[in-house]
Write a protein that binds this ligand. Structure first.
Ligand code: SAH
Ligand code: SF4
Ligand code: F3S
Length: 443
């Protein structure tokens, strides 16, 4: 049996695609290898979102080139968004790569592997309809399963490479999604996270994203439902109502802001203003008390002046995000913004990034500290990373909670009292085990 080793870069959708690739190749006689040294095929599933992401892959390819010199029979391939972005240039730059396969060509990977020997192969057609709805992913065992419900993006924010590398927006049939979730419940998963670049733009026939969540709520065995990333302009009133009324849909939302300046939002073509975003946050907080909000911020976008940046910092303070991913703008060839002159020097981008990180870190720490003394439900996921004999899990708000294991088991839903907090972790003690409500998690 040939074996494949896949290394994954980028977002959760790429992680889910790796599981899809493993499932598909598993059907075609491949087994998963634990390391490059044990593999007949080495595949990097790559990301193109910022230059740094691509640099990391080029660096890794350099290391794998040495492996390939010693083991010439090994096939080395590149999948994912960077494969789509850089295409032929990858083969010019890195002649020892055997194949390049874009996100809509994974169905053909078995044939690509069969024919790429000796002759490098590039398969990078985008496809308006491919959803891989019929392929069963080979998932990591655990409490949480990631389920891709839509692929691609039609928003074309001026900074973003995703629509060019992932193609047009398309959704999986609702029946296929719900059937997958029923199988996951039968397989002891307790939580599903629906994935898509603009996940709330999901639509299959008459089923929109709100209806999909409502139908998922009815599936026995699944205790928690989350989704990422929603786009602010697709947060409909019916979706907010479903989030408020469906007990399994967690009070948590990753709501990318990008900038707190109307001038920048317009240049980014995000499709909303600061006032509209603020009103959305108000409606969410009224409908879903205790909802945790997180966001993405870009600093140093072309034309961003000190006043625009100050507006972003002010809005980040005002909204009070539980946490945020913050990035320096990185020009991506092929996008609209890449044609505009960069006006913020690299050094100044770095300064703005550090400044906004400091604002957010202080805020995250304060929000978490305020939780000390309260109790929260925790779905236990596994051993805590840094403390022996401790367990870790997530609160409904998707905060990491760690506590002494004390006989609790993975897959248990427990009530925990929060005794300490950092910006990124809640420290707790289990109050009451409700594990009897659940069958024991099968590992
Ligand atoms: N689909 C999601 C975002 C996916 S990309 C959404 O629209 O909300 C994740 C984040 O990467 C984006 O929210 C943005 O903050 C950041 N990002 C995307 N392109 C970037 C670029 N060219 N430079 C810096 N950050 C970027
Ligand atoms: Fe990129 Fe905008 Fe689409 Fe998000 S919505 S993936 S930022 S183009
Ligand atoms: Fe990167 Fe592609 Fe995700 S560009 S962020 S891996 S969709």
């Amino acid at each position: 049996m040939p074996s494949i080793y896949i290394e994954t870069y980028g977002c959760q959708m790429n992680v889910a695609d790796t599981e899809l690739l493993l499932g598909h190749l598993g059907q075609h006689g491949y087994r998963r290898a634990g390391s490059p040294a044990d593999a007949d095929v080495i595949l990097l599933n790559t990301c193109a979102i910022r230059e740094h992401a691509e640099d990391r892959v080029f660096g890794r390819l350099g290391e794998l080139a040495r492996h390939k010199v010693r083991h010439p029979a090994v096939q080395l391939g590149i999948a994912g968004c960077m494969a789509q972005h850089v295409r032929e240039r990858l083969l010019e730059k890195i002649p020892f790569v055997d194949f390049v396969v874009g996100p809509d060509e994974y169905r053909h990977l078995p044939e690509v592997l069969g024919s790429a020997i000796g002759d490098p192969l590039v398969a990078v057609q985008l496809d308006r309809t491919e959803t891989y709805a019929d392929i069963v992913p080979q998932r990591e065992r655990g409490v949480r399963a990631w389920v891709t419900v839509m692929r691609g993006c039609d928003k074309f924010c001026t900074f973003c490479i995703v629509p060019y590398v992932r193609g047009r927006e398309r959704s999986l049939p609702a029946d296929a999604v719900l059937e997958q979730v029923r199988m996951l419940a039968a397989d002891s998963y307790r939580e599903v996270v629906y994935l898509g670049q603009t996940v709330n733009a999901y639509r299959s026939g008459t089923v929109d994203f709100a209806a999909l969540l409502r139908q998922t709520q009815a599936i026995d065995g699944i205790e928690r439902i989350r989704f990422t990333s929603p786009h602010p302009i697709d947060m409909t009133e019916s979706l907010i109502a479903v989030m408020a009324s469906c007990s399994k849909v967690c009070p948590q939302l990753h709501l990318p802001l990008q900038s707190g300046s109307d001038r920048m939002l317009a240049k980014m073509e995000r499709g909303h203003t600061v006032a509209e975003y603020r009103s959305l946050v108000d409606r969410l907080r009224r409908a879903i008390p205790g909802i945790a909000l997180t966001t993405d911020i870009i600093v140093g976008f072309p034309g961003e002046e000190e006043a625009d940046f100050a507006a972003t910092c002010a809005l980040v303070r005002e909204i009070g995000y539980d946490s945020a991913f913050m990035f320096k703008y990185s020009a991506r060839s092929g996008t609209k913004a890449a044609k505009w002159p960069e006006t913020v020097a690299e050094e100044e981008k770095g300064r703005r990034l550090q400044a906004i990180i400091a604002v957010q870190e202080a805020q995250s720490a304060a929000i978490n500290r305020a939780l000390i003394g309260s109790t929260t439900a925790v779905l236990i996921e596994g051993p805590a990373r840094r403390r022996d004999g401790w367990h870790a899990g997530k609160s409904p708000q998707f905060k990491t909670v760690v506590f002494p294991a004390n006989g609790t088991r993975i897959g248990d839903l427990v009530q925990a009292r929060i005794t300490g907090a950092t910006a990124h972790t809640l420290i707790a003690e289990v109050e009451e085990s409700k594990s009897s409500r659940f069958e024991q998690f099968k590992s």
